[in-house]
Design a protein around this ligand. Sequence first.
Ligand SMILES: [Zn+2]
Length: 161
Amino acid sequence: MRCRAECRTGHAGDPKAKMLRRLGGPAPKGMCANCAVTEWMVNTYPVNMIIEESEHGPSLLLYPHIQEQFVVIMRSGNADMIPEEIDWELVVKNWALPLKVKTSPMNPHRPGDGVKRALAHMEFADEVAEFEAGARALLRSRGVDDATIDAALSRGKQRVN
Ligand SMILES: [Zn+2]
């Protein structure tokens, strides 16, 4: 059990379901509907990457048009769940709770990849800005005019990119 909600019990899973299949049985080790949806998303590429790299993060899932897209995915995957079982607010609220992540050639995305990339980019941008300020000060102290400095720094940026 990932969150405190009850597991999805009651009946055995639909063998035709390609996603979100119920485990059934008397003492299932399954999850609630919301956690099952989260587990599916965290382990499904490129859904996981899109959510993580979105500026909204998991809150992206609160947008009705995103939820509608997921309902379409559920239908096409013959999901063993109805859309009304999903409490999107809880999915978002519990997003960071631990989950089993299965990376594979079908799922190359690891949780945190997007965040790491964003952080790396931020540090890099900070370093570039710092470097640029330092270079500008140095060139000015040598009597180089701003137009020449701007031209030189923009050439440097092109090389970096
Ligand atoms: Zn749960």
